[in-house]
Design a protein around this ligand. Structure first.
Ligand SMILES: Nc1ncnc2c1ncn2[C@@H]1O[C@H](COP(=O)(O)OP(=O)(O)OP(=O)(O)O)[C@@H](O)[C@H]1O
Ligand SMILES: [Mg+2]
Length: 375
């Protein structure tokens, strides 16, 4: 049995983990940078890279100590080599190269998206290739047919925003802070999903692609309409106080809906789009026995439940990784390394391999152009 050190630093989580080819997570640590980025309402690449540079080396040392493993005992060192914020990716990849060189352990440069795509197989030994994958994260929204390690056919992607990005922007509009996905999900539990009419972009289109920019703009307009209509009644004798606004987090306002209603309506609209796009993709895909969801948005319980129902209607097995494996983590990177190690023709990556800001899982997929461009 082999053991792999995984390193993740492509966005705002610094993480290291030890995983065996027998699917045991021997040790793992993760440090989020939420506090560093919170004042800016999003990830600042320069701050992220500096934080990775400070946190990563001691974290690797601690993970090796947690697992009582020496560098020379490792069968490989796997690090995210892209796609992601290039400064952070370089910190992780260069650290992995230095350790690999010093200990003469093979280096494996991992595509971060492949980490997400294979993460369900770490938790579920029965999940075999091929499977349909809904990859929904902060930077990506894709439907792929996963045929094997390194073998992906992309059927669908977003022409503008990723789903996680739409959650984060909705959270920002509602003043929920960063990161937004979990906060929107929580607030949505208190709201009525039918209260605010919102568009379902591309619903019913024959092309299986996603679009969330129009939905996000509609959320912004709904919030503006709500704020315009919550002028407090003037108190007799005191005149109107125009600067004052009623609290709108869960209380209904004269506009007829609360922030919780906006959150719930947004989540439902996004979900309707996801199920519709999945339907079109699965109808055109060579049949598979399982539907798998991965990426940060896979942590959303409402989305997981709806996907489970959808899969069972279509006679598909549904697999979602445990919550901790959905958002960025190093166990999934170490596991992608284990999967590579297990291949017949395993070859380590050279020490001069480059970090890549963009790295599509399916390089042959036609680029899709819309308001934005996502590989
Ligand atoms: N419970 C949740 N509901 C909805 N969205 C969520 C939830 N939890 C996390 N997210 C979203 O998931 C995203 C983070 O996921 P992840 O860490 O996989 O993305 P990323 O690494 O930034 O992007 P990528 O993997 O595409 O490079 C954020 O956009 C976050 O808002
Ligand atoms: Mg990610």
């Amino acid at each position: 049995m082999g053991i792999v050190l995984g390193i993740e630093s492509s966005c705002d989580e610094t993480a290291a983990a030890l995983v065996t080819t027998g699917r045991e997570i021997v040790a793992q640590r993760i440090a989020s940078q939420d506090e560093e980025h919170a004042p800016y309402g999003g990830v600042v690449p320069e701050i992220a890279a500096r934080a990775h540079a400070e946190k990563l080396a001691p974290m690797i040392e601690a993970v090796l100590a947690d697992g009582s493993v020496e560098l020379r005992d490792l069968d490989a060192i796997a690090a995210t080599a892209g796609p992601g914020l290039i400064g952070g990716v370089m910190v992780g990849l260069v650290s992995a190269k230095a350790l690999a060189m010093a200990s003469e352990v093979p280096l494996i440069a991992v595509n971060h998206l492949e980490g997400h795509a294979l993460s369900p197989r770490l938790a579920d030994p029965e999940l075999e290739f091929p499977y349909a994958l809904l990859l929904v994260s902060g930077g990506h929204c894709q439907i792929l047919r996963v045929e094997g390690v390194g073998k992906y056919t992309r059927l669908s992607t977003t022409i503008d925003d990723a789903l996680g990005e739409a959650f984060d922007k909705t959270a920002k509009i509602l003043g929920l802070g960063f990161p937004g996905g979990p906060a929107v999900e929580k607030l949505a539990l208190e709201g009525n999903a039918k209260a605010v009419p919102l568009p379902r972009p591309l619903l019913g289109s024959d092309e299986p692609h996603f679009s969330f920019a129009g939905l996000k703009s509609a959320v912004l307009r709904a919030k503006e309409r709500q704020s315009q209509s919550v002028r407090p009644e003037p108190v007799e004798g005191q005149g109107e106080s125009p600067g004052k606004r009623a609290s709108t987090s869960s209380a209904r306002t004269v506009s007829g809906y609360s922030d919780a209603d906006i959150a719930a309506s947004f989540q439902q609209a996004a979900l309707d789009c996801v199920l519709d796009r999945l339907r079109v993709s699965l109808d055109t895909m060579e049949p598979v026995p399982a539907l798998v969801v991965a990426g940060g948005v896979a942590a959303n319980k409402a989305i997981r439940a709806a996907l489970e129902g959808f899969a069972s209607e279509r006679g598909l097995r549904f697999v979602a990784p445990p919550m901790a494996l959905c958002t960025d983590n190093a166990a999934m990177i170490a596991w992608a390394g284990c999967e590579r190690l297990g291949m017949n023709e395993f070859r380590a990556d050279p020490l001069d391999i480059a970090a890549r800001p963009r790295w599509p899982l399916d390089p042959d997929a036609e680029p899709v152009r819309g308001a934005g461009y996502k590989a």
